[in-house]
Design a protein around this ligand. Structure first.
Ligand code: KG4
Ligand code: ZN
Length: 348
Protein backbone atom coordinates (compact mmCIF):
# COMPACT_ATOMS: atom_id res chain seq x y z
CA UNK A 1 0.00 0.00 0.00
CA UNK A 2 1.64 3.26 -1.10
CA UNK A 3 -0.56 5.52 1.01
CA UNK A 4 -0.70 4.34 4.61
CA UNK A 5 -2.73 7.40 5.57
CA UNK A 6 -3.86 10.80 4.32
CA UNK A 7 -4.67 14.17 5.78
CA UNK A 8 -8.19 15.14 4.73
CA UNK A 9 -10.09 18.42 4.60
CA UNK A 10 -13.84 19.06 4.59
CA UNK A 11 -15.26 22.57 4.08
CA UNK A 12 -18.31 22.02 1.86
CA UNK A 13 -20.89 23.79 4.03
CA UNK A 14 -20.50 25.31 7.49
CA UNK A 15 -18.32 22.74 9.32
CA UNK A 16 -14.55 23.03 9.02
CA UNK A 17 -12.94 19.66 9.60
CA UNK A 18 -9.50 18.06 9.24
CA UNK A 19 -8.61 14.41 9.85
CA UNK A 20 -5.83 11.88 9.46
CA UNK A 21 -7.18 8.52 8.31
CA UNK A 22 -5.42 5.20 7.72
CA UNK A 23 -6.12 3.08 4.66
CA UNK A 24 -8.16 0.60 6.75
CA UNK A 25 -10.49 3.39 7.92
CA UNK A 26 -8.87 3.96 11.30
CA UNK A 27 -9.21 7.63 12.25
CA UNK A 28 -5.94 8.65 13.90
CA UNK A 29 -7.24 12.13 14.70
CA UNK A 30 -9.94 14.58 13.72
CA UNK A 31 -10.20 18.30 14.52
CA UNK A 32 -13.43 20.10 13.68
CA UNK A 33 -15.08 23.45 14.33
CA UNK A 34 -18.72 24.16 13.66
CA UNK A 35 -20.06 27.62 12.95
CA UNK A 36 -23.56 27.39 14.41
CA UNK A 37 -23.12 30.50 16.55
CA UNK A 38 -22.15 32.56 13.50
CA UNK A 39 -25.26 31.58 11.50
CA UNK A 40 -27.81 31.34 14.31
CA UNK A 41 -28.97 34.95 14.07
CA UNK A 42 -29.78 34.48 10.36
CA UNK A 43 -31.84 31.29 10.82
CA UNK A 44 -29.73 29.39 8.28
CA UNK A 45 -26.25 29.06 6.81
CA UNK A 46 -25.02 32.30 5.19
CA UNK A 47 -22.57 31.22 2.43
CA UNK A 48 -20.41 34.36 2.65
CA UNK A 49 -19.94 33.96 6.42
CA UNK A 50 -19.27 30.22 6.06
CA UNK A 51 -16.49 30.79 3.52
CA UNK A 52 -14.81 33.47 5.59
CA UNK A 53 -14.87 31.37 8.75
CA UNK A 54 -13.38 28.37 6.95
CA UNK A 55 -10.44 30.51 5.89
CA UNK A 56 -9.83 31.55 9.51
CA UNK A 57 -10.26 28.05 10.96
CA UNK A 58 -8.58 25.76 8.46
CA UNK A 59 -4.88 26.27 9.27
CA UNK A 60 -5.22 26.07 13.09
CA UNK A 61 -7.31 22.91 12.63
CA UNK A 62 -4.61 21.31 10.45
CA UNK A 63 -2.01 22.12 13.10
CA UNK A 64 -4.25 20.77 15.85
CA UNK A 65 -4.96 17.56 13.95
CA UNK A 66 -1.26 16.85 13.29
CA UNK A 67 -0.55 17.54 16.95
CA UNK A 68 -3.35 15.23 18.15
CA UNK A 69 -2.04 12.49 15.86
CA UNK A 70 1.50 13.14 17.09
CA UNK A 71 2.59 13.42 13.45
CA UNK A 72 4.42 15.90 11.24
CA UNK A 73 4.32 16.48 7.47
CA UNK A 74 6.84 13.70 6.82
CA UNK A 75 4.12 11.27 7.96
CA UNK A 76 1.62 12.60 5.41
CA UNK A 77 2.03 11.10 1.91
CA UNK A 78 -1.21 12.49 0.44
CA UNK A 79 -4.15 14.88 0.85
CA UNK A 80 -7.87 14.40 0.29
CA UNK A 81 -10.31 17.29 0.03
CA UNK A 82 -14.03 17.68 -0.63
CA UNK A 83 -14.37 19.52 -3.94
CA UNK A 84 -18.09 18.76 -4.63
CA UNK A 85 -21.00 19.28 -4.05
CA UNK A 86 -21.40 22.25 -1.73
CA UNK A 87 -21.21 26.00 -1.35
CA UNK A 88 -18.64 27.41 -3.78
CA UNK A 89 -17.03 29.87 -1.34
CA UNK A 90 -16.75 27.14 1.29
CA UNK A 91 -15.38 24.44 -1.04
CA UNK A 92 -12.87 26.91 -2.44
CA UNK A 93 -11.12 27.31 0.92
CA UNK A 94 -10.56 23.56 1.28
CA UNK A 95 -9.51 23.06 -2.34
CA UNK A 96 -7.02 25.95 -2.35
CA UNK A 97 -5.56 24.74 0.96
CA UNK A 98 -5.16 21.19 -0.37
CA UNK A 99 -3.56 22.38 -3.61
CA UNK A 100 -1.13 24.61 -1.72
CA UNK A 101 -0.05 21.79 0.60
CA UNK A 102 0.27 19.48 -2.38
CA UNK A 103 2.54 21.95 -4.19
CA UNK A 104 4.67 23.01 -1.24
CA UNK A 105 5.14 19.51 0.24
CA UNK A 106 5.35 17.77 -3.13
CA UNK A 107 2.64 15.23 -2.31
CA UNK A 108 -0.41 14.23 -4.40
CA UNK A 109 -3.93 15.30 -3.55
CA UNK A 110 -7.38 14.22 -4.62
CA UNK A 111 -10.78 15.96 -4.83
CA UNK A 112 -13.61 13.91 -3.32
CA UNK A 113 -17.40 13.81 -3.71
CA UNK A 114 -18.76 14.74 -0.26
CA UNK A 115 -21.72 12.36 -0.66
CA UNK A 116 -19.43 9.39 -1.29
CA UNK A 117 -17.89 10.25 2.07
CA UNK A 118 -21.27 10.10 3.83
CA UNK A 119 -22.08 6.77 2.18
CA UNK A 120 -18.84 5.11 3.30
CA UNK A 121 -18.73 6.66 6.80
CA UNK A 122 -19.89 3.41 8.49
CA UNK A 123 -16.53 1.83 7.57
CA UNK A 124 -14.60 4.32 9.70
CA UNK A 125 -13.26 3.13 13.02
CA UNK A 126 -11.48 4.46 16.07
CA UNK A 127 -10.88 3.44 19.66
CA UNK A 128 -14.61 3.82 20.46
CA UNK A 129 -16.39 2.82 17.25
CA UNK A 130 -16.16 0.08 14.71
CA UNK A 131 -18.61 -1.06 12.05
CA UNK A 132 -21.05 -3.80 13.13
CA UNK A 133 -19.86 -7.35 12.55
CA UNK A 134 -21.03 -8.70 9.16
CA UNK A 135 -21.51 -5.20 7.82
CA UNK A 136 -20.45 -5.01 4.17
CA UNK A 137 -21.48 -4.12 0.61
CA UNK A 138 -24.10 -4.05 -0.80
CA UNK A 139 -26.30 -1.90 1.41
CA UNK A 140 -29.03 0.71 1.30
CA UNK A 141 -28.21 4.07 2.87
CA UNK A 142 -30.48 6.86 4.03
CA UNK A 143 -28.54 10.14 4.08
CA UNK A 144 -30.52 12.84 5.85
CA UNK A 145 -29.11 16.20 6.86
CA UNK A 146 -29.80 19.91 6.66
CA UNK A 147 -28.58 19.91 3.06
CA UNK A 148 -29.49 16.50 1.65
CA UNK A 149 -32.09 13.74 1.89
CA UNK A 150 -31.50 10.75 -0.34
CA UNK A 151 -31.78 6.99 -0.40
CA UNK A 152 -28.89 5.19 -2.09
CA UNK A 153 -27.95 1.70 -3.09
CA UNK A 154 -24.25 1.25 -2.34
CA UNK A 155 -23.28 -1.72 -4.51
CA UNK A 156 -19.57 -1.64 -3.80
CA UNK A 157 -16.76 0.90 -3.51
CA UNK A 158 -17.29 3.46 -6.29
CA UNK A 159 -20.71 2.13 -7.34
CA UNK A 160 -23.55 4.17 -5.97
CA UNK A 161 -27.08 4.53 -7.24
CA UNK A 162 -29.55 7.21 -6.14
CA UNK A 163 -32.81 5.36 -5.49
CA UNK A 164 -34.78 8.35 -4.26
CA UNK A 165 -34.33 11.95 -3.36
CA UNK A 166 -36.24 14.82 -1.81
CA UNK A 167 -38.10 16.84 -4.40
CA UNK A 168 -38.08 19.94 -2.19
CA UNK A 169 -36.79 20.40 1.39
CA UNK A 170 -34.23 18.18 3.08
CA UNK A 171 -35.35 16.34 6.24
CA UNK A 172 -33.09 18.53 8.41
CA UNK A 173 -34.59 21.62 6.83
CA UNK A 174 -38.07 20.30 7.71
CA UNK A 175 -36.95 19.96 11.33
CA UNK A 176 -35.24 23.36 11.36
CA UNK A 177 -38.14 25.26 9.81
CA UNK A 178 -40.61 23.70 12.24
CA UNK A 179 -38.29 24.51 15.15
CA UNK A 180 -38.18 28.14 14.04
CA UNK A 181 -41.98 28.21 13.74
CA UNK A 182 -42.49 27.07 17.34
CA UNK A 183 -39.71 29.31 18.68
CA UNK A 184 -36.97 26.73 19.26
CA UNK A 185 -34.30 28.59 17.23
CA UNK A 186 -31.77 27.38 14.63
CA UNK A 187 -30.64 24.68 14.05
CA UNK A 188 -33.56 23.22 15.94
CA UNK A 189 -33.69 19.52 15.00
CA UNK A 190 -32.10 18.39 18.25
CA UNK A 191 -34.47 20.58 20.29
CA UNK A 192 -37.53 19.16 18.52
CA UNK A 193 -36.16 15.69 19.33
CA UNK A 194 -35.75 16.65 22.99
CA UNK A 195 -39.25 18.13 23.30
CA UNK A 196 -40.80 15.17 21.48
CA UNK A 197 -39.57 12.78 24.17
CA UNK A 198 -42.19 14.31 26.51
CA UNK A 199 -45.05 14.35 24.00
CA UNK A 200 -47.59 12.10 22.31
CA UNK A 201 -46.81 11.36 18.69
CA UNK A 202 -50.47 10.82 17.76
CA UNK A 203 -51.95 13.94 19.32
CA UNK A 204 -51.76 16.01 16.13
CA UNK A 205 -52.54 14.62 12.72
CA UNK A 206 -49.81 15.69 10.30
CA UNK A 207 -49.67 14.48 6.69
CA UNK A 208 -47.21 11.74 5.62
CA UNK A 209 -46.09 13.25 2.29
CA UNK A 210 -45.61 10.79 -0.60
CA UNK A 211 -45.90 7.77 1.70
CA UNK A 212 -48.20 6.04 -0.80
CA UNK A 213 -46.17 7.17 -3.80
CA UNK A 214 -44.52 4.23 -5.55
CA UNK A 215 -41.20 6.03 -6.05
CA UNK A 216 -38.57 6.37 -3.35
CA UNK A 217 -38.70 10.15 -3.55
CA UNK A 218 -39.36 12.29 -0.51
CA UNK A 219 -41.08 15.64 0.02
CA UNK A 220 -41.28 17.75 3.14
CA UNK A 221 -42.58 21.14 2.02
CA UNK A 222 -46.26 20.10 2.32
CA UNK A 223 -45.72 18.86 5.85
CA UNK A 224 -44.03 22.11 6.79
CA UNK A 225 -46.89 24.11 5.24
CA UNK A 226 -49.50 22.03 7.11
CA UNK A 227 -47.68 22.65 10.38
CA UNK A 228 -47.43 26.36 9.61
CA UNK A 229 -51.18 26.65 8.91
CA UNK A 230 -52.02 24.86 12.13
CA UNK A 231 -49.55 26.69 14.36
CA UNK A 232 -50.55 30.10 13.05
CA UNK A 233 -54.04 29.40 14.42
CA UNK A 234 -52.70 28.76 17.93
CA UNK A 235 -51.96 31.37 20.59
CA UNK A 236 -48.33 31.69 21.79
CA UNK A 237 -49.44 30.28 25.13
CA UNK A 238 -51.07 27.18 23.70
CA UNK A 239 -48.03 26.58 21.44
CA UNK A 240 -45.94 26.58 24.60
CA UNK A 241 -48.29 24.25 26.44
CA UNK A 242 -48.60 21.88 23.50
CA UNK A 243 -44.94 22.05 22.42
CA UNK A 244 -43.97 18.45 23.33
CA UNK A 245 -47.05 17.05 21.54
CA UNK A 246 -46.56 19.27 18.50
CA UNK A 247 -42.92 18.21 18.26
CA UNK A 248 -43.65 14.52 18.80
CA UNK A 249 -46.44 14.49 16.19
CA UNK A 250 -44.40 16.40 13.60
CA UNK A 251 -41.30 14.29 14.17
CA UNK A 252 -43.37 11.11 13.85
CA UNK A 253 -44.57 12.16 10.41
CA UNK A 254 -40.97 12.56 9.18
CA UNK A 255 -39.77 9.33 10.81
CA UNK A 256 -42.68 7.30 9.45
CA UNK A 257 -42.14 8.51 5.90
CA UNK A 258 -38.38 7.88 6.05
CA UNK A 259 -38.75 4.33 7.36
CA UNK A 260 -41.54 3.51 4.95
CA UNK A 261 -39.32 4.61 2.04
CA UNK A 262 -36.36 2.65 3.42
CA UNK A 263 -38.60 -0.39 3.67
CA UNK A 264 -39.71 0.04 0.07
CA UNK A 265 -36.09 0.44 -1.03
CA UNK A 266 -35.06 -2.82 0.64
CA UNK A 267 -38.00 -4.69 -0.90
CA UNK A 268 -37.25 -3.20 -4.29
CA UNK A 269 -33.54 -4.01 -4.51
CA UNK A 270 -33.68 -7.40 -2.74
CA UNK A 271 -30.58 -9.38 -1.69
CA UNK A 272 -29.33 -6.54 0.52
CA UNK A 273 -28.46 -7.33 4.11
CA UNK A 274 -27.17 -3.97 5.31
CA UNK A 275 -28.75 -0.61 5.96
CA UNK A 276 -27.06 2.66 6.90
CA UNK A 277 -28.40 5.78 8.57
CA UNK A 278 -26.19 8.82 8.08
CA UNK A 279 -26.26 12.66 8.08
CA UNK A 280 -27.05 15.05 10.94
CA UNK A 281 -30.71 13.97 11.19
CA UNK A 282 -29.60 10.43 12.01
CA UNK A 283 -28.92 11.84 15.49
CA UNK A 284 -32.70 11.86 15.94
CA UNK A 285 -33.53 9.46 18.75
CA UNK A 286 -36.93 8.43 17.38
CA UNK A 287 -35.50 7.80 13.90
CA UNK A 288 -32.69 5.70 15.40
CA UNK A 289 -35.03 3.72 17.64
CA UNK A 290 -37.67 3.06 15.02
CA UNK A 291 -35.11 2.20 12.32
CA UNK A 292 -33.37 -0.25 14.66
CA UNK A 293 -36.69 -1.96 15.46
CA UNK A 294 -37.63 -2.12 11.77
CA UNK A 295 -34.18 -3.44 10.75
CA UNK A 296 -34.47 -6.21 13.31
CA UNK A 297 -37.83 -7.38 11.97
CA UNK A 298 -36.33 -7.41 8.46
CA UNK A 299 -33.18 -9.29 9.56
CA UNK A 300 -30.95 -6.43 8.38
CA UNK A 301 -27.63 -5.29 9.84
CA UNK A 302 -28.02 -1.61 10.71
CA UNK A 303 -24.96 0.66 10.82
CA UNK A 304 -25.31 4.15 12.27
CA UNK A 305 -21.90 5.83 12.47
CA UNK A 306 -21.36 7.94 15.59
CA UNK A 307 -22.29 11.59 15.20
CA UNK A 308 -18.68 12.69 14.65
CA UNK A 309 -18.73 10.64 11.40
CA UNK A 310 -22.42 11.28 10.54
CA UNK A 311 -22.45 15.07 10.40
CA UNK A 312 -20.10 16.78 7.97
CA UNK A 313 -16.60 15.57 8.87
CA UNK A 314 -13.17 15.15 7.30
CA UNK A 315 -12.67 11.52 8.39
CA UNK A 316 -15.18 10.22 5.82
CA UNK A 317 -13.40 12.23 3.10
CA UNK A 318 -10.05 10.79 4.21
CA UNK A 319 -11.37 7.23 3.98
CA UNK A 320 -12.52 7.70 0.37
CA UNK A 321 -9.37 9.70 -0.46
CA UNK A 322 -6.84 7.16 0.80
CA UNK A 323 -8.66 4.40 -1.11
CA UNK A 324 -8.71 6.38 -4.34
CA UNK A 325 -5.06 7.45 -4.05
CA UNK A 326 -4.13 3.80 -3.53
CA UNK A 327 -6.07 2.96 -6.70
CA UNK A 328 -3.76 5.34 -8.57
CA UNK A 329 -6.13 8.29 -8.81
CA UNK A 330 -5.19 11.90 -8.04
CA UNK A 331 -6.24 15.42 -9.02
CA UNK A 332 -4.40 18.01 -11.10
CA UNK A 333 -3.72 21.59 -10.00
CA UNK A 334 -6.57 22.85 -12.19
CA UNK A 335 -9.24 21.01 -10.17
CA UNK A 336 -12.13 23.35 -9.41
CA UNK A 337 -14.74 23.23 -6.70
CA UNK A 338 -18.18 22.29 -8.05
CA UNK A 339 -21.58 23.07 -6.52
CA UNK A 340 -22.91 19.82 -8.03
CA UNK A 341 -21.75 16.22 -8.25
CA UNK A 342 -20.09 15.09 -11.49
CA UNK A 343 -22.20 13.19 -14.03
CA UNK A 344 -20.21 10.00 -13.41
CA UNK A 345 -20.41 10.10 -9.61
CA UNK A 346 -23.61 8.05 -9.46
CA UNK A 347 -25.04 5.25 -11.57
CA UNK A 348 -28.23 6.39 -13.29
O1 KG4 B 1 -25.13 16.79 8.67
P1 KG4 B 1 -25.40 18.06 9.40
O2 KG4 B 1 -24.68 18.31 10.68
O3 KG4 B 1 -25.09 19.31 8.52
C1 KG4 B 1 -25.53 19.52 7.23
O4 KG4 B 1 -26.75 19.70 7.03
O5 KG4 B 1 -24.68 19.52 6.35
O6 KG4 B 1 -26.97 18.11 9.67
C2 KG4 B 1 -27.54 19.17 10.38
C3 KG4 B 1 -29.03 18.94 10.42
C4 KG4 B 1 -29.78 20.16 10.92
O7 KG4 B 1 -30.89 20.37 10.08
C5 KG4 B 1 -30.21 19.74 12.32
O8 KG4 B 1 -31.39 20.36 12.77
C6 KG4 B 1 -30.42 18.26 12.13
O9 KG4 B 1 -29.36 17.85 11.31
N1 KG4 B 1 -30.38 17.52 13.40
C7 KG4 B 1 -31.44 16.84 13.90
C8 KG4 B 1 -31.03 16.31 15.15
N2 KG4 B 1 -29.72 16.70 15.37
C9 KG4 B 1 -29.35 17.42 14.28
N3 KG4 B 1 -32.66 16.63 13.41
C10 KG4 B 1 -33.50 15.90 14.14
N4 KG4 B 1 -33.20 15.37 15.35
C11 KG4 B 1 -31.97 15.55 15.88
N5 KG4 B 1 -31.66 15.01 17.07
ZN1 ZN C 1 -23.09 16.44 4.36
Amino acid sequence: MKFEQVLSIETSCDDTSVAIVKQDGYVVAQSSANQDLHHKAFGGVVPEIAGRNHSLQILPLIESCLEKANMSWVDIPGIAVTNRPGLMGSLLVGVVTAKTISLTKGIPYIGINHLEGHLLAPFLKDDKYQPPENFNYPYVALAVSGGHSQIYLVKEFGQYQVLGSTIDDAAGEAFDKFAKLVGLGFPGGAKVDQQAKLGQENKYDYPRPMIKDKTLNLSFSGLKAAAKRQIEKMSPQSIQEELPHLCASYQEAIVEVLISKLNRAIDLVGEVKGVVLTGGVSANSRLRGQTAAWAETKGLTLAVPPLRYCTDNAAMIGYVGVKRLNLGESSAQDLAPSPKVYPGDFIV
